[in-house]
Design a protein around this ligand. Structure first.
Ligand code: COA
Length: 199
């Protein structure tokens, strides 16, 4: 018998292989299958089968939103909500968490009470690959978050933000909009021109 075949036979005869398969099944259940049942979601919402959700009853996803693979959407255990508007696009590996551990000295971080704050994300928001959105943040409509950004503060509508911590690096349409007319751009049919991050 070849070495490779021997390895395959060894795997199938090892009870730990089946224990690990069971653990992976259990993980898929509590991190995806069960919370997905509790989501409040609009029509045509889609997400990769390996998106990790927690506390789905506190997650609302607007119609047409897509969540990319390996993303993590964790609402708080007791109060922290996560809300997406319609037609948001989440690239792979986006992490959104509505809670933080306390950082007081004198107690292990993992033993400190969690601080939960809501996260609200507008409509037509694009979160680039590997972005992180922290608890308490509100992101306005039509925002682009550049790949790799960590969003720690509120983001105004139509902004393009990037970096750690995220700062405005441009505006959709190329110019900073007047505060009052920023939210209805797509609704009126005049789509923002390109991303224009350099503007
Ligand atoms: C934000 C983004 C859309 C900007 O694209 P763009 O309009 O072509 O912008 P440019 O590449 O011309 O860059 C404009 C400026 O933003 C900066 N910038 C671009 N991407 C950045 C990023 N991820 N983080 C920080 N700064 C960034 C550039 O360095 C440049 O700065 P400068 O004017 O000082 O030179 C794009 O860079 C991005 O991050 N896309 C996400 C891609 C992704 O995650 N895809 C997954 C599939 S959904």
């Amino acid at each position: 018998m070849s070495g490779k075949l021997q390895g395959v036979v060894r795997s199938f005869l090892d009870p730990r292989t089946y224990a690990q398969a069971f653990r992976l099944l259990h993980f898929a259940s509590y991190s995806h299958v069960q919370p997905v049942r509790l989501l409040n979601r609009g029509a045509n919402v889609s997400f990769a089968p390996n998106v990790s959700f927690r506390n789905g009853e506190r997650i609302t996803i607007g119609a047409g939103t897509h969540i990319g693979e390996h993303s993590i959407i964790w609402a708080g255990n007791t109060s922290g909500r996560i809300t997406f508007g319609e037609k948001c696009l989440l690239a792979p590996h986006v992490t959104i968490t509505a809670s933080n551990y306390g950082t007081e000295l004198g107690e292990f971080v993992m033993d400190q009470p969690k601080i939960e704050r809501d996260i609200t994300i507008g409509r037509d928001v694009w979160l680039g690959a590997n972005t992180v959105v922290l608890a308490g943040v509100t992101i306005g409509d039509h925002v682009v978050v550049a790949a790799g950004a960590v969003v720690t503060k509120d983001v105004p509508a139509l902004a393009i933000v990037g970096g750690v911590p995220a700062r405005v690096i441009g505006w959709r349409g190329g110019v900073e909009p007047a505060a009052a007319d920023s939210s209805e751009t797509l609704a009126t049919g005049s789509a923002p021109a390109g991303t224009g991050a350099g503007g």
